[in-house]
Design a protein around this ligand. Structure first.
Ligand code: SF4
Length: 456
Protein backbone atom coordinates (compact mmCIF):
# COMPACT_ATOMS: atom_id res chain seq x y z
CA UNK A 1 0.00 0.00 0.00
CA UNK A 2 1.44 3.35 -0.90
CA UNK A 3 0.55 6.96 -0.34
CA UNK A 4 0.59 10.29 -2.06
CA UNK A 5 1.52 13.24 0.02
CA UNK A 6 -1.81 14.98 -0.47
CA UNK A 7 -3.70 11.86 0.47
CA UNK A 8 -2.59 10.88 3.91
CA UNK A 9 -5.83 11.50 5.81
CA UNK A 10 -8.04 9.89 3.26
CA UNK A 11 -7.80 6.30 4.40
CA UNK A 12 -11.35 6.17 5.80
CA UNK A 13 -12.82 7.75 2.73
CA UNK A 14 -10.71 5.42 0.61
CA UNK A 15 -12.14 2.37 2.36
CA UNK A 16 -15.71 3.63 1.82
CA UNK A 17 -15.01 4.25 -1.82
CA UNK A 18 -13.08 1.07 -2.37
CA UNK A 19 -15.89 -1.06 -3.77
CA UNK A 20 -17.03 1.81 -5.99
CA UNK A 21 -13.50 2.32 -7.27
CA UNK A 22 -13.09 -1.35 -8.06
CA UNK A 23 -16.38 -1.27 -9.95
CA UNK A 24 -15.47 1.87 -11.88
CA UNK A 25 -11.84 1.15 -12.72
CA UNK A 26 -10.48 -2.05 -11.32
CA UNK A 27 -7.47 -3.31 -9.48
CA UNK A 28 -4.14 -2.60 -11.15
CA UNK A 29 -0.99 -4.61 -10.66
CA UNK A 30 2.26 -3.19 -12.08
CA UNK A 31 5.55 -5.03 -12.50
CA UNK A 32 8.46 -2.70 -13.11
CA UNK A 33 11.71 -3.62 -14.84
CA UNK A 34 14.92 -1.71 -15.53
CA UNK A 35 16.26 1.56 -14.18
CA UNK A 36 15.08 3.93 -11.45
CA UNK A 37 13.43 6.12 -14.09
CA UNK A 38 11.03 3.26 -14.78
CA UNK A 39 10.26 2.83 -11.09
CA UNK A 40 9.64 6.56 -10.89
CA UNK A 41 7.34 6.33 -13.93
CA UNK A 42 5.36 3.56 -12.26
CA UNK A 43 4.63 5.93 -9.37
CA UNK A 44 3.42 8.52 -11.88
CA UNK A 45 1.20 6.20 -13.86
CA UNK A 46 -0.29 4.73 -10.67
CA UNK A 47 -1.12 8.24 -9.54
CA UNK A 48 -2.92 8.89 -12.84
CA UNK A 49 -4.86 5.64 -12.52
CA UNK A 50 -5.81 6.21 -8.88
CA UNK A 51 -7.20 9.61 -9.77
CA UNK A 52 -9.34 7.88 -12.36
CA UNK A 53 -11.06 5.33 -10.19
CA UNK A 54 -8.51 2.51 -10.17
CA UNK A 55 -6.99 0.83 -7.17
CA UNK A 56 -3.52 -0.65 -6.78
CA UNK A 57 -3.12 -4.25 -5.75
CA UNK A 58 0.08 -6.02 -4.78
CA UNK A 59 -1.46 -9.40 -5.66
CA UNK A 60 -1.34 -10.40 -9.28
CA UNK A 61 -4.14 -12.92 -8.74
CA UNK A 62 -6.48 -10.07 -7.64
CA UNK A 63 -5.73 -7.85 -10.63
CA UNK A 64 -8.19 -6.72 -13.28
CA UNK A 65 -5.36 -4.94 -15.10
CA UNK A 66 -1.73 -6.10 -15.27
CA UNK A 67 0.96 -3.79 -16.59
CA UNK A 68 4.57 -4.61 -17.28
CA UNK A 69 6.64 -1.41 -17.25
CA UNK A 70 9.55 -2.48 -19.40
CA UNK A 71 13.20 -1.83 -20.23
CA UNK A 72 14.86 -2.04 -23.63
CA UNK A 73 18.41 -1.16 -22.76
CA UNK A 74 19.77 -4.66 -23.39
CA UNK A 75 18.48 -7.60 -25.38
CA UNK A 76 18.48 -9.67 -22.22
CA UNK A 77 16.04 -7.21 -20.59
CA UNK A 78 13.60 -7.64 -23.49
CA UNK A 79 13.98 -11.43 -23.53
CA UNK A 80 12.93 -11.43 -19.89
CA UNK A 81 9.75 -9.54 -20.77
CA UNK A 82 8.94 -11.90 -23.65
CA UNK A 83 9.13 -14.85 -21.32
CA UNK A 84 7.06 -13.02 -18.68
CA UNK A 85 4.40 -12.30 -21.29
CA UNK A 86 4.29 -15.97 -22.23
CA UNK A 87 3.71 -16.87 -18.61
CA UNK A 88 0.82 -14.37 -18.40
CA UNK A 89 -0.95 -15.99 -21.33
CA UNK A 90 -2.33 -18.78 -19.11
CA UNK A 91 -3.67 -16.26 -16.61
CA UNK A 92 -5.47 -14.38 -19.35
CA UNK A 93 -7.08 -17.62 -20.57
CA UNK A 94 -8.44 -18.40 -17.13
CA UNK A 95 -9.64 -14.81 -16.61
CA UNK A 96 -10.85 -13.41 -19.94
CA UNK A 97 -11.79 -9.97 -18.54
CA UNK A 98 -8.17 -9.44 -17.45
CA UNK A 99 -6.42 -6.59 -19.28
CA UNK A 100 -2.72 -7.04 -19.97
CA UNK A 101 -0.66 -4.05 -21.05
CA UNK A 102 2.95 -3.45 -21.92
CA UNK A 103 4.34 -0.03 -20.99
CA UNK A 104 7.62 1.85 -21.16
CA UNK A 105 10.70 1.60 -23.32
CA UNK A 106 9.98 -1.74 -24.94
CA UNK A 107 6.47 -0.64 -25.88
CA UNK A 108 8.02 2.41 -27.52
CA UNK A 109 10.71 0.42 -29.34
CA UNK A 110 8.81 -2.63 -30.59
CA UNK A 111 5.46 -0.84 -30.99
CA UNK A 112 2.51 -2.46 -32.74
CA UNK A 113 4.50 -5.58 -33.65
CA UNK A 114 3.97 -6.70 -30.05
CA UNK A 115 0.28 -7.27 -30.85
CA UNK A 116 1.32 -9.66 -33.62
CA UNK A 117 3.66 -11.56 -31.33
CA UNK A 118 1.23 -11.72 -28.39
CA UNK A 119 -2.34 -11.69 -29.63
CA UNK A 120 -3.67 -11.70 -26.03
CA UNK A 121 -1.93 -8.37 -25.30
CA UNK A 122 -4.55 -5.59 -24.93
CA UNK A 123 -2.59 -2.41 -24.61
CA UNK A 124 0.76 -0.82 -25.53
CA UNK A 125 1.80 2.56 -24.10
CA UNK A 126 5.06 4.48 -24.40
CA UNK A 127 6.64 6.52 -21.56
CA UNK A 128 5.16 9.86 -22.68
CA UNK A 129 1.56 8.67 -22.98
CA UNK A 130 0.65 7.58 -19.46
CA UNK A 131 -2.04 10.24 -19.12
CA UNK A 132 -4.02 8.27 -21.70
CA UNK A 133 -4.01 5.01 -19.72
CA UNK A 134 -7.52 5.38 -18.20
CA UNK A 135 -9.00 6.08 -21.63
CA UNK A 136 -7.01 3.25 -23.22
CA UNK A 137 -8.29 0.80 -20.61
CA UNK A 138 -11.84 1.96 -21.33
CA UNK A 139 -11.32 1.40 -25.05
CA UNK A 140 -10.00 -2.12 -24.37
CA UNK A 141 -13.19 -2.77 -22.39
CA UNK A 142 -15.15 -1.67 -25.43
CA UNK A 143 -13.38 -4.41 -27.37
CA UNK A 144 -10.58 -2.45 -29.03
CA UNK A 145 -6.81 -2.75 -28.70
CA UNK A 146 -5.21 0.24 -26.93
CA UNK A 147 -2.07 1.82 -28.32
CA UNK A 148 -0.38 5.16 -27.54
CA UNK A 149 3.30 5.49 -28.37
CA UNK A 150 3.86 9.09 -29.40
CA UNK A 151 6.95 10.72 -27.94
CA UNK A 152 6.49 14.23 -26.61
CA UNK A 153 8.79 17.25 -26.65
CA UNK A 154 7.09 18.74 -23.60
CA UNK A 155 5.63 16.07 -21.33
CA UNK A 156 7.30 16.03 -17.90
CA UNK A 157 4.31 14.97 -15.72
CA UNK A 158 5.20 18.06 -13.72
CA UNK A 159 1.73 18.38 -12.18
CA UNK A 160 1.41 14.73 -11.16
CA UNK A 161 2.11 13.82 -7.54
CA UNK A 162 3.70 10.38 -7.70
CA UNK A 163 2.04 7.56 -5.78
CA UNK A 164 4.90 6.57 -3.49
CA UNK A 165 5.60 3.68 -1.18
CA UNK A 166 6.35 4.80 2.35
CA UNK A 167 10.09 4.45 2.81
CA UNK A 168 13.44 5.85 3.79
CA UNK A 169 14.21 7.11 0.29
CA UNK A 170 12.22 8.64 -2.51
CA UNK A 171 13.19 9.64 -6.00
CA UNK A 172 12.14 12.72 -7.89
CA UNK A 173 12.27 12.68 -11.64
CA UNK A 174 13.66 16.10 -12.65
CA UNK A 175 13.82 15.63 -16.39
CA UNK A 176 12.94 13.18 -19.14
CA UNK A 177 14.58 11.95 -22.32
CA UNK A 178 18.12 12.42 -23.55
CA UNK A 179 19.80 14.37 -26.34
CA UNK A 180 23.20 12.73 -26.13
CA UNK A 181 22.61 9.92 -28.64
CA UNK A 182 25.42 7.66 -27.48
CA UNK A 183 25.73 5.29 -30.40
CA UNK A 184 24.98 2.13 -28.35
CA UNK A 185 21.98 3.51 -26.47
CA UNK A 186 18.31 3.09 -27.27
CA UNK A 187 17.10 5.61 -24.67
CA UNK A 188 16.85 8.70 -26.93
CA UNK A 189 14.58 6.62 -29.19
CA UNK A 190 12.40 5.17 -26.45
CA UNK A 191 12.23 8.18 -24.13
CA UNK A 192 12.54 11.00 -26.61
CA UNK A 193 14.24 14.37 -26.43
CA UNK A 194 15.49 15.97 -23.28
CA UNK A 195 13.08 18.16 -21.29
CA UNK A 196 13.38 19.51 -17.75
CA UNK A 197 10.66 19.79 -15.14
CA UNK A 198 9.93 23.16 -13.63
CA UNK A 199 12.37 24.28 -10.95
CA UNK A 200 9.78 25.32 -8.37
CA UNK A 201 7.69 22.17 -8.58
CA UNK A 202 10.78 19.99 -7.97
CA UNK A 203 11.74 22.03 -4.90
CA UNK A 204 8.15 21.91 -3.61
CA UNK A 205 8.04 18.13 -4.06
CA UNK A 206 11.37 17.74 -2.25
CA UNK A 207 10.15 19.92 0.62
CA UNK A 208 6.97 17.84 0.96
CA UNK A 209 9.03 14.65 1.11
CA UNK A 210 11.20 16.19 3.81
CA UNK A 211 8.07 17.10 5.82
CA UNK A 212 6.88 13.53 5.51
CA UNK A 213 10.11 12.23 7.01
CA UNK A 214 11.84 10.88 3.93
CA UNK A 215 15.54 10.59 4.80
CA UNK A 216 17.07 10.50 1.34
CA UNK A 217 15.97 12.03 -1.95
CA UNK A 218 17.42 10.90 -5.27
CA UNK A 219 17.11 13.33 -8.18
CA UNK A 220 16.68 11.36 -11.36
CA UNK A 221 17.29 11.95 -15.02
CA UNK A 222 19.07 10.25 -17.90
CA UNK A 223 21.65 13.04 -17.74
CA UNK A 224 20.88 15.30 -14.79
CA UNK A 225 23.92 17.47 -15.55
CA UNK A 226 22.11 18.98 -18.50
CA UNK A 227 19.05 20.01 -16.46
CA UNK A 228 17.99 23.51 -17.42
CA UNK A 229 14.87 25.45 -16.54
CA UNK A 230 14.83 29.13 -17.49
CA UNK A 231 18.10 30.45 -16.00
CA UNK A 232 18.54 27.59 -13.55
CA UNK A 233 20.98 24.75 -14.14
CA UNK A 234 21.45 21.52 -12.22
CA UNK A 235 23.90 23.03 -9.71
CA UNK A 236 21.29 25.70 -8.83
CA UNK A 237 18.60 23.06 -8.47
CA UNK A 238 20.77 20.81 -6.30
CA UNK A 239 21.54 23.62 -3.87
CA UNK A 240 17.90 24.73 -3.76
CA UNK A 241 16.71 21.17 -3.06
CA UNK A 242 19.37 20.74 -0.37
CA UNK A 243 18.27 24.02 1.24
CA UNK A 244 14.61 22.98 1.23
CA UNK A 245 15.13 19.61 2.88
CA UNK A 246 16.95 20.08 6.21
CA UNK A 247 19.34 17.19 6.82
CA UNK A 248 17.73 14.92 4.22
CA UNK A 249 20.42 13.31 2.11
CA UNK A 250 20.36 14.35 -1.52
CA UNK A 251 21.72 12.08 -4.24
CA UNK A 252 21.42 12.29 -8.00
CA UNK A 253 21.92 10.10 -11.00
CA UNK A 254 23.03 9.84 -13.81
CA UNK A 255 25.80 12.20 -14.81
CA UNK A 256 27.40 12.55 -18.22
CA UNK A 257 31.10 13.54 -18.04
CA UNK A 258 30.69 16.04 -20.89
CA UNK A 259 28.16 18.13 -18.96
CA UNK A 260 29.64 17.89 -15.49
CA UNK A 261 30.67 21.42 -14.55
CA UNK A 262 33.00 22.79 -11.91
CA UNK A 263 30.00 24.75 -10.64
CA UNK A 264 28.23 21.46 -9.93
CA UNK A 265 31.24 20.03 -8.10
CA UNK A 266 31.39 23.16 -5.97
CA UNK A 267 27.67 22.80 -5.23
CA UNK A 268 28.24 19.22 -4.03
CA UNK A 269 31.13 20.39 -1.86
CA UNK A 270 29.17 23.28 -0.41
CA UNK A 271 26.28 21.49 1.31
CA UNK A 272 26.62 18.86 3.98
CA UNK A 273 23.44 17.02 3.02
CA UNK A 274 24.44 16.58 -0.64
CA UNK A 275 26.04 13.14 -0.78
CA UNK A 276 29.71 13.08 -1.68
CA UNK A 277 29.21 10.56 -4.40
CA UNK A 278 29.39 10.68 -8.16
CA UNK A 279 28.31 8.00 -10.60
CA UNK A 280 30.18 8.99 -13.74
CA UNK A 281 29.93 6.45 -16.57
CA UNK A 282 33.10 6.35 -18.67
CA UNK A 283 32.15 3.25 -20.75
CA UNK A 284 35.65 2.65 -22.22
CA UNK A 285 39.28 3.59 -21.61
CA UNK A 286 40.01 4.01 -25.32
CA UNK A 287 39.56 7.32 -27.16
CA UNK A 288 38.93 5.41 -30.37
CA UNK A 289 36.02 3.51 -28.80
CA UNK A 290 34.69 6.63 -27.05
CA UNK A 291 34.51 8.32 -30.43
CA UNK A 292 32.66 5.36 -31.92
CA UNK A 293 30.34 5.51 -28.93
CA UNK A 294 29.70 9.22 -29.60
CA UNK A 295 30.53 10.08 -26.00
CA UNK A 296 31.86 13.61 -26.67
CA UNK A 297 34.93 13.36 -24.40
CA UNK A 298 38.40 11.86 -24.41
CA UNK A 299 40.07 9.96 -21.60
CA UNK A 300 42.11 13.08 -20.81
CA UNK A 301 38.87 15.07 -20.45
CA UNK A 302 37.42 12.38 -18.24
CA UNK A 303 40.47 12.22 -15.98
CA UNK A 304 40.47 16.01 -15.71
CA UNK A 305 36.88 15.90 -14.38
CA UNK A 306 37.82 13.17 -11.88
CA UNK A 307 40.87 15.14 -10.72
CA UNK A 308 38.81 18.28 -10.29
CA UNK A 309 36.16 16.34 -8.34
CA UNK A 310 38.81 14.92 -6.00
CA UNK A 311 40.50 18.29 -5.62
CA UNK A 312 37.24 20.00 -4.58
CA UNK A 313 35.74 17.06 -2.66
CA UNK A 314 38.62 14.88 -1.38
CA UNK A 315 36.34 12.30 0.27
CA UNK A 316 34.17 11.79 -2.83
CA UNK A 317 33.15 8.25 -3.82
CA UNK A 318 33.23 7.61 -7.56
CA UNK A 319 31.65 4.78 -9.51
CA UNK A 320 31.38 4.20 -13.23
CA UNK A 321 29.82 2.11 -16.01
CA UNK A 322 31.97 0.06 -18.40
CA UNK A 323 30.99 -1.76 -21.57
CA UNK A 324 33.07 -4.67 -22.78
CA UNK A 325 33.26 -5.75 -26.42
CA UNK A 326 31.94 -2.68 -28.26
CA UNK A 327 32.31 -3.08 -32.06
CA UNK A 328 35.91 -2.55 -33.12
CA UNK A 329 37.31 -3.02 -29.59
CA UNK A 330 40.77 -4.58 -29.91
CA UNK A 331 42.95 -6.09 -27.18
CA UNK A 332 44.78 -2.76 -27.16
CA UNK A 333 41.53 -0.85 -26.47
CA UNK A 334 40.64 -3.31 -23.74
CA UNK A 335 44.07 -2.83 -22.14
CA UNK A 336 43.46 0.92 -22.15
CA UNK A 337 40.25 0.31 -20.22
CA UNK A 338 42.15 -1.75 -17.63
CA UNK A 339 44.78 0.99 -17.45
CA UNK A 340 42.12 3.62 -16.82
CA UNK A 341 40.56 1.54 -14.04
CA UNK A 342 44.02 1.29 -12.40
CA UNK A 343 44.64 5.01 -12.77
CA UNK A 344 41.29 6.32 -11.59
CA UNK A 345 40.79 3.79 -8.77
CA UNK A 346 37.02 3.76 -8.94
CA UNK A 347 35.20 2.80 -5.76
CA UNK A 348 32.99 0.50 -7.82
CA UNK A 349 31.89 -0.17 -11.38
CA UNK A 350 28.79 -1.43 -13.14
CA UNK A 351 30.00 -3.62 -15.97
CA UNK A 352 28.18 -4.82 -19.05
CA UNK A 353 28.75 -6.84 -22.17
CA UNK A 354 27.93 -4.84 -25.31
CA UNK A 355 24.42 -5.63 -26.50
CA UNK A 356 23.49 -4.41 -30.01
CA UNK A 357 20.16 -2.56 -30.07
CA UNK A 358 18.34 -2.23 -33.36
CA UNK A 359 17.74 1.40 -34.28
CA UNK A 360 20.93 2.71 -32.70
CA UNK A 361 23.93 3.94 -34.69
CA UNK A 362 26.17 1.23 -33.28
CA UNK A 363 23.78 -1.42 -34.58
CA UNK A 364 25.08 -0.64 -38.05
CA UNK A 365 28.65 -1.40 -36.94
CA UNK A 366 29.85 -4.97 -37.19
CA UNK A 367 29.45 -6.68 -33.80
CA UNK A 368 32.89 -8.16 -34.34
CA UNK A 369 34.04 -9.12 -30.84
CA UNK A 370 33.12 -12.77 -30.26
CA UNK A 371 30.94 -13.39 -27.20
CA UNK A 372 33.60 -15.51 -25.49
CA UNK A 373 36.12 -12.69 -25.85
CA UNK A 374 33.58 -10.13 -24.56
CA UNK A 375 33.06 -12.34 -21.52
CA UNK A 376 36.79 -12.81 -20.97
CA UNK A 377 37.39 -9.05 -21.13
CA UNK A 378 34.46 -8.44 -18.83
CA UNK A 379 35.80 -10.84 -16.22
CA UNK A 380 39.23 -9.16 -16.40
CA UNK A 381 37.54 -5.81 -15.77
CA UNK A 382 35.49 -7.22 -12.89
CA UNK A 383 38.49 -8.93 -11.27
CA UNK A 384 40.61 -5.79 -11.45
CA UNK A 385 37.81 -3.61 -10.08
CA UNK A 386 37.18 -6.07 -7.23
CA UNK A 387 40.86 -5.89 -6.26
CA UNK A 388 40.76 -2.08 -6.28
CA UNK A 389 37.48 -1.90 -4.34
CA UNK A 390 38.91 -4.28 -1.73
CA UNK A 391 42.05 -2.16 -1.32
CA UNK A 392 39.98 1.02 -0.96
CA UNK A 393 37.74 -0.71 1.59
CA UNK A 394 40.68 -2.09 3.60
CA UNK A 395 41.83 1.48 4.19
CA UNK A 396 38.47 2.15 5.87
CA UNK A 397 38.97 -0.46 8.61
CA UNK A 398 38.98 1.32 11.98
CA UNK A 399 37.45 4.49 10.48
CA UNK A 400 34.22 6.11 11.68
CA UNK A 401 31.40 6.63 9.18
CA UNK A 402 27.84 7.87 9.40
CA UNK A 403 25.29 5.60 7.74
CA UNK A 404 21.60 5.86 6.97
CA UNK A 405 19.94 2.52 7.77
CA UNK A 406 17.89 1.52 4.74
CA UNK A 407 16.74 -2.05 5.32
CA UNK A 408 17.40 -5.36 6.97
CA UNK A 409 20.43 -7.23 5.69
CA UNK A 410 19.43 -9.61 2.88
CA UNK A 411 21.02 -12.48 4.77
CA UNK A 412 19.56 -12.05 8.25
CA UNK A 413 17.02 -10.03 10.21
CA UNK A 414 19.62 -9.83 12.99
CA UNK A 415 21.53 -7.33 10.86
CA UNK A 416 20.72 -4.02 9.20
CA UNK A 417 22.00 -2.52 5.97
CA UNK A 418 22.93 1.14 5.69
CA UNK A 419 24.88 3.36 3.35
CA UNK A 420 27.57 5.95 3.85
CA UNK A 421 27.08 9.18 1.95
CA UNK A 422 29.78 7.93 -0.47
CA UNK A 423 27.34 5.11 -1.25
CA UNK A 424 29.18 2.29 0.49
CA UNK A 425 27.05 -0.52 1.86
CA UNK A 426 27.59 -1.21 5.57
CA UNK A 427 26.16 -4.12 7.55
CA UNK A 428 25.69 -3.68 11.30
CA UNK A 429 24.16 -5.82 14.06
CA UNK A 430 20.47 -4.94 14.54
CA UNK A 431 20.76 -3.86 18.18
CA UNK A 432 18.13 -1.25 19.05
CA UNK A 433 18.40 0.54 15.73
CA UNK A 434 15.71 1.00 13.14
CA UNK A 435 15.34 1.55 9.44
CA UNK A 436 15.59 5.30 8.83
CA UNK A 437 18.06 5.98 11.66
CA UNK A 438 21.30 7.81 11.03
CA UNK A 439 24.04 6.14 13.12
CA UNK A 440 27.79 6.46 13.45
CA UNK A 441 29.65 3.22 12.96
CA UNK A 442 33.20 1.97 13.17
CA UNK A 443 34.28 -0.25 10.27
CA UNK A 444 35.53 -3.61 11.53
CA UNK A 445 35.99 -5.73 8.42
CA UNK A 446 35.42 -5.49 4.69
CA UNK A 447 35.19 -7.35 1.42
CA UNK A 448 35.22 -5.93 -2.09
CA UNK A 449 31.49 -5.11 -2.04
CA UNK A 450 30.55 -4.49 1.58
CA UNK A 451 31.77 -2.99 4.84
CA UNK A 452 30.89 -4.48 8.24
CA UNK A 453 30.75 -2.28 11.31
CA UNK A 454 29.42 -1.68 14.78
CA UNK A 455 27.59 1.37 16.08
CA UNK A 456 29.69 3.71 18.23
S1 SF4 B 1 23.71 9.84 -22.01
FE1 SF4 B 1 24.07 8.27 -23.57
S2 SF4 B 1 23.92 6.32 -22.40
FE2 SF4 B 1 22.95 7.91 -21.15
S3 SF4 B 1 20.77 7.82 -21.69
FE3 SF4 B 1 21.72 9.41 -22.99
S4 SF4 B 1 22.22 8.33 -24.87
FE4 SF4 B 1 21.88 6.76 -23.32
Amino acid sequence: MGFRFNDIEESEKTMMNFEEKVKKGGRVYVETYGCQMNFSDTEILLSILLDNGFYETGEISDADVIFLNTCSVRKHAEDKIYSRLNSLKKLKKSKPHLIIGLLGCMAERVKRELFNKFEFLDLITGPDEYRKLPELIRSVRRGEKGIAIKLSKTETYDDITPYRKVGVNAWISIMRGCDKFCSFCIVPFTRGRERSRSYNSIIKEAHCLYNEGVKEIILLGQNVNSYRYNDFDFADLLIAVANATGNTRIRFTTSHPYDLSEKLLKAIASKENICKYLHLPVQSGSDKILKLMNRHYTIEDYKAVINKARELIPEIGISTDLISGFPGETDEDHKLTLKLIEEVQFDSAFTFIYSPREGTKAFKLKDDVPLELKKKRLSEIINLQRKISLNIHKKLIGKKKQILIESYSKRSKDFLMGRTDCNKTVIIPKGNYNIGDFVNVKIKKVNSATLFGTVI
